[in-house]
Design a protein around this ligand. Structure first.
Ligand code: UDP
Ligand code: MG
Length: 321
């Protein structure tokens, strides 16, 4: 084995004490059998359980394991970004810790990489053990995203993928704050292909994605790659204007033939509620974009590193983003 690191495996971790041992065992088994040098980068995204202590122990006994500890929870996308920033491999694999993405699929990804592909997406053809709500919303979301964006994000792919060093370097050069990694990987281009796999049930524990986090990620995806939601305000404005014009016309005609001038207030109240709903909804959409512009303008880092393990050659200050 040469000393050059060929593969960097990035694993974001948030309160994964129940899965981390098994995750490490399976990943190590796969990577040891590849017979080329590798590093496994665990990014501890501000876990409050024993995840940090467990990985620190692993780092003691296995120098191929690296640990990045965030100062707090910055989210999975920030954790993946930090892993990429501090990766050294010629190929970089991003995989969830909970074994929903089977580590054995990495063999097939490596095969495609050696054939010359530079981005190998893991495409889910089946999702075991996830709730109907999660499968349904994911299916709808990916299809909406595809229809309103101009970049080609393959359907049913998540963050499980292998990317070549030059793709990783392109990702590192993107300074966007609210990052939607799976979209950016498609956006940077290069030679891309999918490998299909069956997504398994979580090995242990619960999903770390609350509804709020899921919504934030979904809107990061949409706002990063499409202006179409902003155009909706314009369409709804026109629709409302023409409905108003037609309604005035109908009222005038009705009044010409009908002498009774009774006003039905319930219709007026309903119309007002609908109009307020549309107006505030549009302001909400605009707000999502303005919030993201605000984040960019503040220029705060995507993440803050508290400490690292087994990064002997990197001083702590140098890894602050
Ligand atoms: N994760 C993270 N930070 C978070 C939420 C999740 O690093 O704020 C990690 C988590 O530990 C796991 C991966 O991201 O390795 C995917 O999370 P999860 O399995 O909970 O998401 P789901 O599969 O339910 O969408
Ligand atoms: Mg999961």
């Amino acid at each position: 084995m040469s000393n050059r690191i060929v593969y960097s495996i990035i694993v974001p971790l948030y309160n994964e004490e129940l899965v981390i041992d098994e995750s490490y065992r399976r990943l190590k088994k796969v990577m040891d059998s590849v017979k080329e040098d590798y590093e496994i980068i665990f990014v501890n995204d501000g876990s409050k359980d024993k995840t940090r202590e467990k990985v620190e122990e692993m780092c003691e006994s296995d120098k191929k394991i690296k640990l990045i500890n965030f100062s707090r929870n910055f989210g999975q996308q920030a954790a993946i970004t930090a892993g990429m920033d501090l990766s050294q491999g010629d190929a970089v694999v991003v995989i969830d810790a909970d074994l929903q993405d089977p580590p054995e699929v990495i063999f097939r990804m490596i095969k495609k990489w050696k054939e010359g592909y530079e981005v190998i997406h893991g495409k889910r053809i089946k999702r075991d053990g996830e709730t109907f709500f999660k499968r349904f919303t994911a299916k709808i979301f990916y299809r909406i995203l595809k229809s309103i964006t101009t970049i080609d994000i393959p359907l049913d792919t998540g963050d499980f993928k292998l990317i070549d060093r030059k793709v990783c370097n392109s990702m590192i050069s993107i300074s966007e704050k609210n990052r939607y990694v799976r979209g950016l990987v498609s956006w940077v281009g290069y030679k891309q292909i999918c490998v299909e796999f069956e997504r398994k049930d979580r090995f242990a524990g619960e999903s770390k994605y609350s509804l709020q986090k899921m919504f934030k990620l979904a809107f990061d995806g949409i706002a990063s790659f499409s202006y179409k939601p902003l155009a909706i305000a314009g369409y709804l404005g026109s629709l409302s204007f023409f409905t108003g014009v037609i309604s005035i016309f109908v009222t005038i005609v009705k009044n010409m033939f009908n002498q009774s001038k009774t006003i039905d207030f319930s219709i007026i109240i309903s119309m007002n509620l609908i109009m307020f709903g549309i107006t505030l909804g549009c302001i909400g959409i605009i707000g999502q974009y303005i919030g993201r512009i605000f984040d960019e303008s503040k220029g705060r880092p995507t993440y803050i590193i508290d400490s690292t393990e087994n990064y002997a050659h990197i001083k702590k200050r140098e890894v602050q983003q």
